[in-house]
Design a protein around this ligand. Sequence first.
Ligand code: AMP
Length: 208
Amino acid sequence: MPSRGAPPRSAAVPPQGTEPRGPRPERQSGPSRADGGAPVVERYIRDVPDFPKPGILFKDITPLLQSPAGLRESIEQLAALVDPATFDLVCGIESRGFIFASALAAQLGKGFIPVRKPGKLPWKTASESYELEYGKDTIEIHIDAVKEGQGVLMVDDLLATGGTMDAALRLVRRIGGRPVACAFAIELTFLHGRKRLGDVPVHSLVKY
Ligand code: AMP
């Protein structure tokens, strides 16, 4: 698996309590909807080199979540990228995916379903494993998280190699769900993760 790091760049994180100035982006519809708003969100993403291990440039979303404008814009922009008529549930991947998925579900009047790490879900689960750079990881979902044929919007904070989301798509399909699209706050395009997600439409707010 390729390294998840990106060439170092300076992320301008506004000081605590300040908000980006200027007009708020319009809420639009269509595939390039987030274009006008993404820079607002991008301002709040902090690059942390060599975390959690050397060579990885970690995209830290905590400044984005900490900012009332950043949080609001990111949820509104994600909501504008998807067609709520096509799904009933928003599926979030543990743990940062939960933040965006649950806020998005509430914003759009949908339910939220979690995909979690092994051993965390209390009811009967289905599980899927996927390859990491060294070793394997596993994720789980409750077998009754969806009704047969229900449309599901898949959400995570960041798309890197696509291994995590690919496994989540397999999980949701295995229990009878119909993934209609994947949405991410951040996409590391140089890792070509979207290729791994087949023909499911992929939306992201900020691309590196
Ligand atoms: P992947 O399966 O390679 O697409 O990795 C996606 C998952 O790993 C997401 O849940 C991200 O939260 C996390 N992740 C991968 N790379 C990074 C990164 N550079 N910065 C922050 N999170 C990352």
